[in-house]
Design a protein around this ligand. Sequence first.
Ligand code: AFP
Length: 324
Amino acid sequence: MITLAQYLQNHANAAVASTITTLATASISISHLLAKGALAGIHGDAGGENVQGEAQKKLDVISNDLLLGALTRNPNCAGVASEELDEISPANQDGTVLITFDPLDGSSNIDINMTVGTIFSILPYHRVGEIATEADFLQSGENQLAAGYFIYGTSTMLALTLGNGVAMFSFDPNTQTYLLINDNVRISPTTAEYAINASNHRYWLAPIKQYIDELVAGDTGIRNKDYNTRWVAAMIADVHRILIRGGVFMYPFDTKIAGKAGKLRLMYEANPMSFVIEQAGGASTDGVQRIMQIQPTHIHQRIPVVLGATQEVEYVRQLHAKAG
Ligand code: AFP
């Protein structure tokens, strides 16, 4: 079988390959901690809040520190931005790549022994020789050199795009390596499965309300087909399911918190997942616009997300267009 190291040797440039190798090594440490669970003392709150105002879990902090430490020691890395940190961390000024990551997506799942994961994005660094600042990170998703996620589920896996399709790897505990299991993951343009937190229904805007009402009506409604709901409360798991068996995932704009443009973070969640989904043949928008074309204004910017099966994502876009 092809190892991650062999795959990277054939498909990535040296800086990207080295960065992904560093991320993979850190992911193995996180996966080991998760496997020990309560015995490793990783359950429960760390006692603080992150920049998003969310309670930090112990493993959020541990994973963040592991990734940050490993990446800033990598000479290719010019800087790191983490969902858990207020500010970016400049690293090696001669580095050629910037990394953004969500160290532990779905962290409310840790204590209940459910799936979580690490999401990452690698961007080019354009001011080699100078110290990186936040402005260097504010690049649209189209600039990503690579993106993907490590998912810690019943087994640990890696989904990776280098901009030429999506490859899926499975972690082999015997050899402690990631092995390639699918070098061309594809998403069907159609689906009968959708993921959304329906408890927010009353806060959604009209197009999303209409869309979900149509899906819920099933074969008695305009879509004339029965749909099934799945929601893991970890984007990583919902996106992984879509890569494996199709579907559409939404965290739309809602009015729950005034001025909040959705829950998910553009640079740590939406952009990397959009890159993966598009490279697998799916689509990803904020309901109207392709997410990867959006110019970020802030590293912690939030954004509505609709991604997965192209026909459903396009249908949602048309509902928004009709609503004006
Ligand atoms: P946490 O990492 O803070 O648990 O948030 C996970 C997440 O950002 C995303 O992965 C999920 O899709 C979404 O939140 C779940 O949100 P709900 O709490 O509304 O179900």
